[in-house]
Write a protein that binds this ligand. Structure first.
Ligand code: MG
Length: 349
């Protein structure tokens, strides 16, 4: 089967610039991909590389798609696998959407449509801004019903952030949990200082304390996971399928933060994690509703333990028509299925 290929690049201002240890992100760039059969059955995917994670940029994704042209066959799609996780992932998602719809069309008269995704609500972790701004935002999120939070750390002096940590924890009701994400900002000494402080506090996990390219990063992270009670989570260390394989091979005892949009063949990687009974947190790569829908569909198909979804990032864009599901502490398959990729596509004309 050959499909018509079209794509539209975007550069969308964020409602609030996102500050992490990687720097300040005022806009998000990516490319939306559309595949279409001759009969007009369409599927959408999104290449949403994250600065600080992927080695490829949105411009790289666009340039690669331009070399493919206006039509794509399975062989060409497969060849993209070794060239770009993000583009390959986007094509895969769009292709499976087309296949699903074709299947539905052929079986619609026989049986009603059944939703393979679990319909039970899944808790969502709210993303808090870095620094003191977290204190101002947490109350509103608590009011909305959020009980799991993620706070970006590693953007200021350790001593200052440790004071803020206690201020923030003091605002949380009992039973609420906090995830910390350093985005690879620390060295060994800073990491150990934080882990000592976290030991007797309700920290669900500490994400990526050191950068994956630090010397002997893998050994150091594995050692820390043994030495401290607070679970560690890998995020920047897991950019593609190979990284996930490597850490599964090492028997990583901590959490895997999985951004399905960045994995290339997300279904294949996630099934390997499931087989290994890995502890997985599904997480946003700051996609539009197109990529969010694909990523959340992968999450909702997960049969392992349900850790709060790292998708509490909305409202994200200045123009809300690009956003994923509304801001809510729980998410259901119906919320995801309500997202209309076509609307995002049309808004980019
Ligand atoms: Mg992270």
């Amino acid at each position: 089967m050959k499909l018509k290929l079209a794509f539209r690049a975007y550069s969308l201002p964020l409602l609030k610039p996102l500050r992490t240890a990687h720097g300040l992100m005022p806009t998000k760039q990516g490319v939306i991909v559309q595949l279409q059969t001759g009969e007009g059955v369409r599927g959408y995917g999104e290449a949403a590389p994250l600065p600080g994670f992927n080695r490829e940029s949105a411009e790289d994704c666009l340039a690669l798609l331009q070399t493919v042209g206006g039509e794509i066959d399975p062989e060409t799609a497969h060849e993209l696998r070794s060239r770009s996780d993000c583009v390959y992932g986007a094509i895969q998602e769009a292709w499976s959407e087309v296949s699903r719809q074709l299947e539905k069309l052929s079986s619609a008269r026989v049986a009603g449509t059944s939703n393979p995704l679990s319909s039970a609500p899944w808790q969502v972790a709210a993303l808090l801004p870095a620094g003191k701004a977290a204190l101002a935002e947490v109350d509103g999120r608590l009011e909305l019903g959020f009980r799991v939070f993620k706070w970006k750390v590693g953007v200021a002096d350790v001593a200052d952030e440790l004071v803020l940590l206690d201020d923030l924890l003091a605002r949380l009701p009992s039973g609420a949990r906090l995830r910390l994400d350093a985005n690879g900002a620390w060295d060994r000494r800073k990491t150990e200082r934080w882990l000592e402080r976290c030991a007797d506090r309700p920290i669900e996990h500490l994400e990526q304390p050191i950068a994956p390219d630090m010397r002997e990063a893998d050994d150091f992270l594995s050692g820390l996971a043994q030495d401290y009670p607070t679970p560690l989570a890998l995020d920047e260390s897991l950019v593609g399928a190979d990284d996930v394989s490597r850490w599964l091979g090492r028997g990583w005892p901590g959490v895997y933060v999985i951004k399905p949009s960045l994995l290339g063949d997300a279904a294949e990687v996630i099934s390997r994690l499931a087989t290994a009974r890995a502890r997985v947190v599904f997480s946003s790569a700051l996609e539009t509703g197109v990529g969010a829908r694909s990523a959340l569909r992968h999450a909702l198909a997960w049969t392992g333990e349900r850790r709060a979804l790292g998708f509490g990032v909305w409202p994200l864009f200045t123009d809300s028509q690009f956003d994923g599901p509304f801001q809510a502490p729980f998410l259901k398959a119906a919320d995801v299925e309500r997202l209309k990729p076509e609307a995002v596509w049309n808004a980019l004309t």
